[in-house]
Design a protein around this ligand. Structure first.
Ligand code: ADP
Length: 359
C-alpha cells in the first residue's frame, strides 16, 4: 500500500534522509521511531507531499506522490506535529471548512457526525477551538485528518504536549483507527510505539537501523545479553574481575546484600554468551555463583543498542568496557533528558489547560 524506495533528502550538505526504503501493508499500524533530528518529520513531509525529495520514490496505492500529488493526497489524512487549527472557529465551522477544502463528496452531515463519534468531540461541536483543552484540540486535529475517509493516516508526534490521561485516550483512539486504516505514527517516545504499533521502524541519522514486528523487536539485538548474577565472595575483587573480563562490556554491583553474596548486573558484548565462561572463572576462584537471572530488554535498551550498534558498529566490538559504558551512558542521558523534557512540557501544558478550562 505505501512504498518508499531509496528515498533521499539533502538540505545543502546535510543529508536528512539517506536512502531509505520500506513498505507498509494495508491495515498495519507502523511506528516510525527515532531520536530528534533522525529524519522522521522529513520522511513524513515527503510522504504527505509537503516536501519534495532529492531522490527516490514514494507511492501510495501505486500512485506516485511526486507525479500525482493530488491523487495521492486524497488517500492520506495527515496530523502534523502542530495541528493546523483555526482557533477562532468553532469545531463545527472548522470541520465544515476542511470538508470543503478537501472537496469531500460523502454525505456531509452523516460523515462529520460519524467522525465526531469516533474521536468523541460531539459535546464540544459548537465550541470555539481556542477554548478547548489541548486533548480536545488534538481530537479535532484527528477529526480533520479523517475527513474523506482516507485509507492512510499519518500522525507526527500525536501525543506531544498532552497529559497522561489524554495520552492514553489518544493512543486508544489511534489503535481503533488502525482497524480500518493504515496508520503511520512518527514519535520519539518509545512507550508510544510499544503501546500502539504492530511494527516498529527505527531511524537514526537518516538511515533505517531496524524494521521489525513489535513483539520481535528484541531479535535485532541478538545475543546482547544482560543478567543479574548473585555471587558469594569479596565484592571489590569480584567487580574488578568482571570489569576486566574479556566479553563483558558492563558490570555494576547492586546495593543489597544476601549474607556474603552481592548481586552484579552484567552485560556481555554483542554475540558473546558469557555465562559458561563466567561460571568456570568463578568456580576456579572459589566464588560461588548462587543465582543467575536474565534481564528482559525494555524497548529503551533495544533502542539504545540498535542506535549504539549502528553508530559505532566495528568500534563497539573492539572497544574496551569503559568506552562502551560511556557511550551507553551518553545515549541514555540524551534519551532520558528528552523524556524528562517531554514530561515537563506536558505537565506545564496540562496546567495551562486547567486554567483555560476554568476560565
Ligand atoms: P526528526 O523529525 O526525526 O526530529 P527532521 O526530519 O526534522 O528530524 O530533521 C532531520 C535533519 O534534517 C536534522 O538534522 C535537521 O536539522 C535537518 N533539517 C530539517 N529541516 C531542515 C530544513 N528546512 N533545512 C535544513 N535542515 C533541516
Amino acid at each position: 500500500m505505501i512504498k518508499i524506495e531509496h528515498l533521499v533528502k539533502n538540505y545543502g550538505a546535510n543529508c536528512a534522509v539517506d536512502d531509505i526504503s520500506f513498505e507498509v501493508n494495508d491495515g498495519e499500524i507502523v511506528g516510525f521511531l527515532g531520536p530528534n533530528g533522525a529524519g522522521k518529520s522529513t520522511t513524513m513531509n515527503i510522504l504527505t507531499g509537503y516536501l519534495s525529495s532529492t531522490a527516490g520514490k514514494a507511492t501510495i496505492s501505486g500512485i506516485d506522490i511526486l507525479s500525482d500529488p493530488l491523487g495521492a493526497k486524497k488517500l492520506i489524512g495527515y496530523l502534523p506535529e502542530q495541528p493546523p487549527l483555526y482557533l477562532d472557529m468553532t469545531v463545527e465551522e472548522y470541520l465544515n471548512f476542511n470538508y470543503e477544502l478537501k472537496g469531500c463528496k460523502l454525505d456531509r452531515e452523516k460523515h462529520l457526525g460519524e467522525i465526531c463519534d469516533v474521536v468523541k468531540i460531539r459535546d464540544v461541536y459548537k465550541r470555539v477551538i481556542r477554548n478547548l483543552s489541548k486533548g480536545y484540540r488534538q481530537r479535532v486535529g484527528i477529526a480533520q485528518a479523517l475527513i474523506g475517509n482516507p485509507k492512510v493516516i499519518i500522525f507526527d508526534e500525536p501525543t506531544v504536549g498532552l497529559d497522561p490521561k489524554q495520552i492514553i485516550e489518544i493512543r486508544n483512539l489511534i489503535r481503533n483507527l488502525g482497524r480500518e486504516h493504515t496508520v503511520i505514527l512518527s514519535t520519539h517516545i518509545l512507550q508510544e510505539v510499544q503501546a500502539v504499533c504492530d511494527r516498529i521502524i527505527i531511524i537514526n541519522k537518516g538511515k533505517i537501523v531496524a524494521d521489525e514486528r513489535t513483539e520481535n523487536i528484541s531479535r535485532v539485538v541478538e545475543n546482547n545479553r544482560r543478567f543479574n548474577a548473585k555471587i558469594c565472595g569479596p565484592q571489590r575483587e569480584i567487580l574488578a574481575m568482571l570489569r576486566a573480563k574479556p566479553g563483558i562490556v558492563y558490570a555494576e554491583v547492586l546495593a543489597e546484600r544476601d549474607g556474603d553474596a552481592y548481586t552484579y548486573t552484567i552485560e556481555s558484548d554483542y554475540g558473546v554468551d558469557i555465562r559458561k565462561n563466567l561460571f568456570y572463572t568463578l568456580a576456579e576462584k572459589g566464588w560461588a555463583l548462587i543465582g543467575l537471572e536474565a534481564l528482559g530488554m525494555s524497548l529503551e535498551d533495544i533502542f539504545i543498542s540498535v542506535v549504539d550498534k549502528t553508530d559505532t558498529s566495528k568500534a563497539v566490538r573492539d572497544a574496551d568496557k569503559r568506552r562502551s559504558t560511556k557511550q551507553k551512558t551518553r545515549l541514555e542521558s540524551a534519551l532520558a533528558s528528552d523524556l524528562v523534557g517531554d514530561a515537563e512540557k506536558r505537565r506545564k501544558e496540562a496546567a495551562d489547560d486547567i486554567v483555560e478550562e476554568d476560565e
